[in-house]
Design a protein around this ligand. Structure first.
Ligand code: 3H9
Length: 700
């Protein structure tokens, strides 16, 4: 007979003969918030004091074991008991305590298991210490106990990659002692009985010694210095693991705790946690939650880089694709690109090799638009020309079945105008993918005036299916991302005209954390794209605006479009990349023609001006309602534009500067160029009432 009682709302104890089962029930992911910590502490203390209890097993209710500490508590005043203290008390118990894990055991969840005296995984389990992705380190014993079980190389890899380790690998590495099948409660009972009878060996992890491995530590330190010089927590992780190999557990835990608190105090931790919740919050809007239309087959118009990338993304998600091109040559090129993409996915381990052929077989190439009659969604991905797009949508209107969704992958154009070319604008929206579309995670879901709610919901459902981060955007030139980009892109050009070199601008921004500076990005994307865009807008150029495209235009006139032509701002020869020596004279001539006396900029000035420009336009995008919340802008920049994740996004970063300082900066810059530098009204209001973008995220 079992006898169950609640320790508190989230923790219960079930007695089965001389064994006890502790159940953690804190949906959705059993995070160890204060009530869980308190309940666990009480339950274990009570059972350990009971001489009739021969073994204790801890398991989780619901879809997963414990996914870690409760991230929502971070940055707030800590509430006792602290997680490491609870775990130390569990490890110290006289009664054997074992853990049974299912789903994912992550961070503080795995650390709980490491502090118990044996660990059993249920098939399908994944374990990991992903704290590094939050700017933290495993702070409840993970850096000290894991190397005692697995050795240093495995612990370094687990803590620095944060990856979710499959159960079999965890078993082989010594993280878990057994792998079993069954329901968590049943396996927990059997495990407790085995521990009580001695069939399952139990021991304290802290009693084990770490095998020293100086070479692995040195090599990792050196690699991190080169690859992650700006991040704080990875370096601290290595320090902690080194200490684990040199000192007894108690001292190591003290060191780890201090290092964890240091990480907790960094702005990187705040930025990365903003990114964690932002990624989830973008789809936490009523429009995303409505009923979606079923999508079983996708049509794609255009086999260029974008069309092929979108087709690849759909195929990898198991969605059949019909791809239409106007000429056989274009179709062949598209098929070749998709085949290459799929082979790349196999090589990178994204697709099992035995699924390659079946995945490619879901692609149906066609030269007839009429073949799109049976698809549920069409994504048009031809070049940016309004007349061409209108013609295509006019045809689609006649071809597509009732209820089919018609989407444009336009990156700038007016989706209302495109929708008006059909008799069913409610079925039209923008789905703006980012190149390469099978790799980049951002999808802007552009909602036009007449787009139906279930069409918007389908956009979000598609993003989820393609494992993308779908962000709602309103209609304007460039939507969220490209509108902001075209503004701060000008500042990069002004900096060069006024005295910085393209290389200095790039290296200053790489020093801030961008993977690549704007000129390298331009070379990679193709300078001809911006050139075409500037020509498109030439007739409507504002005479008061300082022209930013002069240098880039001269470069393009030489036929230098960046990487694909071997030359742009840089020269590309194999792996060798160096500044293009012919660009400096071009810049010089443009400065002379504009009567500019070049001046020196420090890297900090470059970063300040560039970031202030980005923040200004990002603020206006929120003010105009193109983005619903500041966090939507942040996620667009993080997932589509290489913004450094540890800085959280431009508007999260803006809060670290403060609205008043931003206004002061813009007013200062405006003395040179009052047209470009204008204080957004929203920023002025925020400066006056002392509010932040974070406040707006909370309110929305
Ligand atoms: C840590 O443990 C520190 C310790 O070392 C030391 C402490 C002293 N807390 O992702 P999903 C929410 S640091 C609070 O959509 P999935 C999430 O926001 C922690 N909330 O589901 C979402 O809420 P909503 C180390 C959390 O099935 C809901 O749960 N651990 C937490 O795609 C569902 O999440 C990690 O970093 C949390 N820890 O993926 C693991 N986790 O529905 C972080 C999730 O309101 N978590 N939520 O939007 C994950 O990686 C994934 O959530 C997981 C499930 C793989 C577990």
């Amino acid at each position: 007979m079992s006898d169950t009682h609640q320790v508190n709302d989230l923790i219960s104890i079930e007695m089965e003969g001389d064994t006890a089962l502790i159940r953690i029930d804190n949906p959705p992911v059993n995070a160890t918030g204060q009530v869980v910590r308190q309940g666990l502490d009480e339950a274990v203390a009570r059972l350990d004091a009971d001489a009739a209890v021969k073994a204790i097993a801890i398991y989780g209710a619901g879809r997963t074991f414990v996914a870690g500490a409760d991230i929502k508590e971070f940055g707030k005043p800590p509430q006792p008991p602290a997680l490491p203290e609870v775990y130390d008390r569990i490890e110290a118990c006289e009664t054997p305590v074992v853990t049974v894990m299912h789903g994912t055991a992550l961070g503080g969840g795995l650390e709980l298991a490491l502090a118990t005296h044996a660990r059993v995984g249920i098939d399908g389990l994944r374990v990991g210490l992903p704290e590094v992705a939050l700017g933290l380190l495993p702070g409840a014993g993970g850096t000290q106990r894991l190397p005692r079980l697995t050795g240093i190389p495995f612990a370094l890899d687990a803590c620095l990659s944060g990856r979710h380790v499959p159960a079999q690998e965890a078993l082989e590495a010594g993280v878990i002692d057994r792998l079993e099948a069954g329901e968590p409660r049943d396996v927990a009972l059997k495990t407790a009985q085995d521990a009580a009878s001695g069939v399952l060996k139990t021991r304290r992890t802290g009693d084990l010694e770490v095998t020293p491995d100086e070479a692995a530590l040195r090599e990792t330190e050196e690699k991190l210095r080169q690859t992650q010089p700006l991040l704080f927590s990875p370096h601290k992780i290595v320090e902690c693991i080194r200490v684990a190999s040199e000192t007894p557990l108690a001292e190591g835990l003290k060191f780890e705790r201090a290092a964890f608190m240091e990480c907790m105090d960094t702005p990187q931790r705040a930025g990365l946690i903003h990114a964690f919740f932002g990624e989830r919050a973008v789809s936490n809007i009523p429009e995303a939650k409505g009923e979606a239309r079923p999508i079983d087959k996708v049509g794609i118009i255009g086999g260029g880089t974008m069309g092929s990338g979108i087709a690849t993304a759909c195929l990898l998600a198991g969605l059949p694709v019909r791809m239409v091109e106007v000429a056989q040559e274009g179709l062949d090129r598209g098929i070749a690109t998709i085949t290459g993409n799929i082979d790349g996915a196999v090589k990178r381990g994204k697709l099992p090799a035995d699924k390659r052929d079946a995945t490619l077989a879901m692609l149906e190439p066609s030269l007839q638009m009429e073949d799109l009659a049976d698809v549920d969604l069409v994504v048009e991905a031809v070049f940016e020309d309004m007349d061409v797009k209108k013609e295509i949508f006019g045809k689609l209107d006649k071809i597509c079945k009732p209820g089919a969704i018609m989407a444009s992958n336009t990156s700038y154009l007016d989706v209302n105008e495109i929708a008006a070319a059909t008799s069913r604008p409610a079925d039209v929206l923008g789905l703006h993918f980012f190149s390469p579309a099978h790799v980049m995670r951002l999808l802007e879901i552009v909602v036009a005036d007449k787009t139906a709610p279930d069409v918007v919901a389908t956009g979000f459902a598609l993003a989820k299916r393609l494992k993308k981060v779908g962000v709602r955007a309103g209609v304007c030139d460039g939507f969220i991302g490209n509108r902001i980009l075209s503004h701060y892109g000008k500042e990069a050009a002004y900096l060069v005209l006024d005295g910085a070199s393209p290389q200095q601008v790039d290296s200053a921004l790489e020093g801030f954390g961008f993977a690549m500076g704007p000129h390298k990005v331009g070379d990679l994307a193709g300078l001809d794209i911006g050139w075409a865009n500037r020509k498109r807008k030439a007739d409507n150029r504002d005479p008061n605006e300082r022209y930013a495209g002069a240098v880039a235009d001269r470069i393009c006139e030489q036929g230098w479009f960046g990487r694909k032509t071997g030359k742009g701002y840089y020269v590309y020869e194999g792996k060798d990349v160096r500044p293009n020596p012919d660009v400096a004279p071009i810049i010089e001539r443009e400065r002379q023609e504009a009567g500019i006396t070049p001046r020196e900029f420090t890297d900090q000035e470059i970063v300040d001006r560039y970031m202030t420009a980005m923040i200004s336009e990002a603020a206006r995008v929120v003010e105009d309602g193109i983005a619903k919340r500041p966090l939507d802008v942040d996620m667009v920049l993080l997932f589509g534009y290489g913004f450094p994740r540890f800085r959280g996004g431009p508007l999260h970063y803006a809060d670290t500067i403060g609205a008043a300082e931003l206004v002061r900066r813009i007013e200062g810059y405006a003395q040179e160029d009052p047209h470009y530098w204008q204080v957004p009204d929203i920023l002025r209001r925020m400066a006056a009432d002392g509010t932040t973008f974070a406040d707006m995220n909370k309110g929305a």
